[in-house]
Design a protein around this ligand. Structure first.
Ligand code: ZN
Length: 266
């Protein structure tokens, strides 16, 4: 099931999106969204009578992380190599503030402090229950679903600061969407990033060094995870710079396409 957050001009609501994905991760034009009463993450699934054509609503970030977005660095060997790094012995964690989250179609703002802002297309895990010390075999119980993420990174600041906080933490540096897919086998999904239509990243989640159960177990052994927290699973090789005006599409097979444009902050 696909759960989106959307607005028709009024307060944001949640809804279930129907329709079939084509090979480009786009939904057919007749797709619809049935509004839910409340946030299904907290109140369960309560469909209402209200229904819209997907084309008539504006999609928003499908989740607002209550406390954190956890990023995972160097989780594909080919990406670690292109950055000149070894593969880590344990998952390499960092935090992005929840204020970095924006939705599909929202601008990614190019910060004046940087002159090298990169895209990183990633599979994102959305946590469904408060949890800690989750054993690998129980991880499925604490996952709400999966969405598409772009772990936008000011590479020059990441290098100069050593710490990732500034380079990964600017407002709008964590586009998520277009919706959450709640039923998906993520063990071998294609992850692609297109810059202005040109394919730049083309990986598969089977090449994750640490798979999703390992990541959730590891992160939850360090910090309590709350409903709506997000774990970005790492990016394949092929990362590169974006410029103001560029359009970036991240496509995760079985979920859909997350599109954002880079803008100068006004
Ligand atoms: Zn990343």
């Amino acid at each position: 099931m696909r759960i989106a957050r959307f607005t028709t001009g009024d307060d944001p609501r949640y809804g279930v999106v129907s329709g079939d994905l084509d090979e480009h991760g786009e939904l057919d034009p007749d797709a619809t969204v049935v509004a839910l009463a409340g946030d299904p993450l907290y109140v369960g699934m309560h469909p209402t009578e209200e229904q819209h054509r997907l084309a008539d609503v504006r999609l928003l970030a499908p989740v607002l992380p209550r406390s954190k977005v956890v990023g995972i660095g160097r989780n594909y060997a080919a990406h670690a190599a292109e950055m000149g790094n070894d593969v880590p012995a344990e998952p390499l964690m960092f935090l992005k503030p929840n204020t970095s989250v924006v939705g599909p179609g929202d601008p990614v703002f190019y910060p004046h402090q940087s002159s090298e802002v990169h895209f990183e297309g990633e599979l994102a895990v959305v946590i469904g229950r408060i949890c800690r010390d989750v054993p690998k075999e129980k991880v499925a119980d604490v996952i709400h679903g999966y969405t598409v993420g772009n772990d936008v990174t000011a590479r020059d600041l990441q290098r100069s600061d050593v710490q990732f906080t500034r380079g990964k933490g600017f407002d709008s540096f964590c586009p998520l969407g277009p919706w959450i897919e709640t039923e998906l086998d993520v063990s071998d999904l294609r992850v692609q990033t297109f810059l202005n239509g040109d394919l730049k990243q083309d990986g598969r989640t089977k090449d994750l060094i640490f798979d999703v159960p390992t990541l959730v177990a590891h992160v939850s052994s360090v910090m309590t995870l709350l409903p709506g927290d997000v774990i970005l699973t790492g990016t394949p090789d092929g990362v590169g710079p974006m410029e103001v005006g560029d359009e970036v599409d991240v496509v995760v097979e079985g979920i859909g396409t997350l599109t954002n444009r880079v803008a100068r902050r006004g």
